[in-house]
Ligand binder design. Structure first.
Ligand SMILES: Nc1ncnc2c1ncn2[C@@H]1O[C@H](COP(=O)(O)OP(=O)(O)OP(=O)(O)O)[C@@H](O)[C@H]1O
Length: 349
């Protein structure tokens, strides 16, 4: 069931066009992340959803109803925005109670809901503290409780974890996922952290220059990126430019370093990609039909279970590959071979 729909939205800030014909449809209870580089338009989409920014053209639909012109307070959306800070002079309890007081709920109802929200974010024992007496992660959890306490239809999160250190960010991601599972509320998150997006989301919309480049599950974005931009933005990749000759089942891809069958590809200039975990490195060239390139180790990063190698191809380009590292890593400068199967080569549009 579609809960929220953005239809053909264009947004201009004066001469700047921040969004170009953006459409997105979000199911009830889904966790969707807008992921993209700085300035790609993520926050603008969120502000339009929240009702903080008018659209230049296009529509926002909530369960089929046009809410494009509805003011923020009539949308029943919870917000965790940067700069949407906690009230410093109020206790944690009063901060969380605030949206319910604004909605003129009874004292008994407020008490019940605030305590439940404090339990949800595991902060009941901090109810009487002021925000400045909490850590950054705890403050973010209070902001989350405040945004959820009035049971919003949709929760909008704008980089809620960007100010936190890595460990805290990881913990809060887990907590947020757990909260999402237990509530079933629709969550829309904005980030430029690709790992965060992949850990938490049912679907991810990849944005660039005010456009949605691809909207899909993390797995599809990683294994079936629609474009070079998406392939390089989501995870690590080795990209080869070349040309497809022939057509149908006999089409083949030719690059300067290798050629291979690429059935049903479009004839003409083409780009393909190999993920670093799909490549293998060996001291002798394998003789099993895999595509094999002679390379030299430029550097390696050892991480216990495996190593990430940066390799130099004969044409001067880099190739990155993961390899098991139980018996150590190849020293820099070693001449080796990298190989991969043609079925692991992904054609990009
Ligand atoms: N109030 C404004 N006035 C003029 N231009 C703006 C305004 N707000 C945003 N922009 C421009 O619109 C574009 C999209 O901005 P937006 O904040 O949506 O990007 P973002 O993807 O959220 O970036 P970041 O990750 O840096 O927060 C940018 O080019 C930005 O400079």
């Amino acid at each position: 069931m579609t809960s929220l729909e953005i239809k053909n939205i264009n947004k201009h800030y004066g001469a700047v066009q921040a969004l170009h014909d953006v459409s997105l449809s979000i199911n009830k209870g889904e966790f969707v992340t807008l992921l993209g580089p700085s300035g790609s338009g993520k926050t603008t989409v969120l502000k339009i959803l929240a009702g903080f920014e008018p659209v230049t053209s296009g529509q926002v639909l909530m369960e089929g109803r046009d809410v494009t012109a509805l003011p923020p307070e009539k949308r029943n959306f919870g917000l965790v925005f940067q700069g949407y800070a906690l009230f410093p002079h109020m206790s944690v309890y009063d901060n969380i109670a605030y949206p319910l007081r604004v909605r003129r709920q009874s004292k008994a109802m407020i008490d019940e809901r605030v305590l439940a929200a404090l339990d949800l974010v595991q902060l009941r024992k901090f109810a009487n503290r002021r925000p400045q007496e909490l850590s950054g992660g705890q403050q973010q959890r209070v902001a989350l409780a405040r945004a959820l306490v009035f049971k919003p239809d949709v929760l909008l999160l704008d980089e809620p974890m960007s100010a936190l250190d890595k460990q805290l960010r990881h913990d809060l991601q887990e907590e947020l996922r757990e909260i999402h599972r237990s509530l079933g509320t629709t969550f829309i998150n904005v980030t430029h952290d690709q790992e965060e997006a992949m850990h938490m989301s049912d679907r991810i919309a990849i944005m660039d220059h005010g456009q949605i480049k691809q909207y899909d599950t993390a797995h599809q974005l990683y294994r079936r990126p629609a474009s070079r931009f998406v392939a390089e933005f989501v995870g690590k990749s080795n990209v080869f430019q070349g040309e497809v000759r022939g057509s149908g089942s006999s089409a083949r891809f030719y690059s300067a370093s290798f050629e291979m069958p690429l059935a049903d590809a479009q004839t003409g200039a083409s780009t393909v990609m190999i993920r670093p975990e799909d490549a293998e490195i060996t001291t002798t060239a394998p003789n099993d039909g895999r595509i094999t390139l002679p390379v030299q180790v430029i550097s390696s990063t050892y991480s216990g279970d495996r190593a990430l190698y940066t390799l130099l191809q004969s044409d001067g380009a880099d190739f990155i590959a993961y390899a098991p590292a139980r018996s150590g890593v190849f020293p820099d400068g070693t001449d080796i071979f990298v190989s991969f199967a043609s079925q692991d080569v992904i054609a990009l549009a």
